[in-house]
Write a protein that binds this ligand. Structure first.
Ligand SMILES: NC(=O)c1ccc[n+]([C@@H]2O[C@H](COP(=O)([O-])OP(=O)(O)OC[C@H]3O[C@@H](n4cnc5c(N)ncnc54)[C@H](OP(=O)(O)O)[C@@H]3O)[C@@H](O)[C@H]2O)c1
Length: 277
């Protein structure tokens, strides 16, 4: 199965489906990432704060897959925005990953109360220019944060990685991102398992109609809306299931019905970006 790629605003391309490693325990990461690579995943999303970059690197090294066939993302943690800390942080991440560059490096959260995300973003642009990451992006940036970094640096991030799932669509942020040519990476694409997708009739109905799981239908909805997703599971059978979403399509009516599930801010299942500093 070939995973589609999307073109970023810097000319690089990114596989639209990857494997997310948030809450994959460090001691399980090499096994889980190795299984994902065996299934065919070529895009891995990790972060310094996940504590599992070493396991990701071990799985990559053991796989023998050529570096240019892999897409690896990691993220700068919140306490390292200031001064030259981002330069040190990327070096540490690369050492743990066993790589000389990542494909995408993200400012993990804007931490707006500290008012240092413009500086962090400028540092990531510099890291990209030095070749330590191919692309630079942000995560959990709301519309005003995106507008500000673009206005103050003249540089648009390649992606904004934000919480987005059937009950929470982030209309304002996705509209600004679309206008600015910033692709959306949907984190928590399955709602982090915090609500029952099967209880949402449009998803359950589409799953029955296509003989697929509600998770497959949800991931397919993201793909058809042009988002990048990297669902997390530590179970091989679910890794396979989440990968098998390119041999069916949702109809326009099914897509529209899932679009109508948005509950705005009431649908959020995780921390508001303004509250994490
Ligand atoms: N930038 C950020 O701030 C941020 C925040 C959160 C996440 N992320 C990234 O986004 C990735 C995905 O988000 P997420 O891990 O938070 O949530 P998610 O992928 O929406 O959901 C993961 C949960 O769903 C379960 N699951 C996965 N596939 C399933 C299936 N086919 N059937 C039933 N259950 C299934 C998993 O359980 P099992 O593992 O037990 O199978 C886990 O409990 C993360 O791993 C991380 O890379 C980024």
């Amino acid at each position: 199965m070939t995973v589609p790629t999307l073109q970023l605003n810097d000319g690089h391309s990114i596989p639209q489906l990857g494997y997310g490693t948030f809450k994959v325990p460090a001691e399980e990461t090499e096994r889980a990432v190795s299984e994902a690579l065996e299934i065919g995943y070529r895009h891995i999303d990790t972060a310094a704060i996940y504590g599992n970059e070493g396991g990701v690197g071990a799985a990559i090294a053991a796989s023998g897959i050529p570096r240019d066939e892999l897409y690896v993302t990691t993220k700068l943690w919140n306490d390292r925005h200031d001064g030259d800390e981002p330069d040190r942080a990327i070096e540490e991440s690369l050492t743990k990953l066993g790589l000389d560059h990542v494909d995408l490096y993200l400012v993990h959260w804007p931490t707006p109360a500290k008012d240092n995300y413009v500086h962090a973003w400028e540092k990531l642009v510099g890291i990209r220019e030095r070749g330590l990451s191919r692309s630079a992006g942000v995560s959990n940036f709301l519309a005003p944060h995106l507008e500000r970094i673009i206005a103050e640096t003249g540089q648009a991030p390649a992606v904004d990685q934000i919480e987005l799932h059937p009950r929470y669509h982030q209309a304002e942020t996705t509209a600004v991102a679309a206008r600015r040519g910033v692709l959306i990476e949907a984190w928590g694409p399955l709602g982090q398992g915090k609500y029952d997708l099967a209880s949402l009739a449009p998803i359950a109905d589409a799953a029955a109609a296509h003989d697929r799981s509600v998770q497959q239908v949800t991931l397919r909805w993201h793909i058809q809306r042009g988002r990048i997703v990297f669902p997390k599971s530590v179970h091989r059978q679910r890794l396979q299931e989440n990968f098998d979403i390119f041999d069916f399509s949702l109809t326009d009516a099914e897509m529209a019905a899932i679009d109508a599930l948005d509950e705005g801010d009431a649908g959020r299942v995780a921390t508001h970006p303004n509250d994490l500093n």
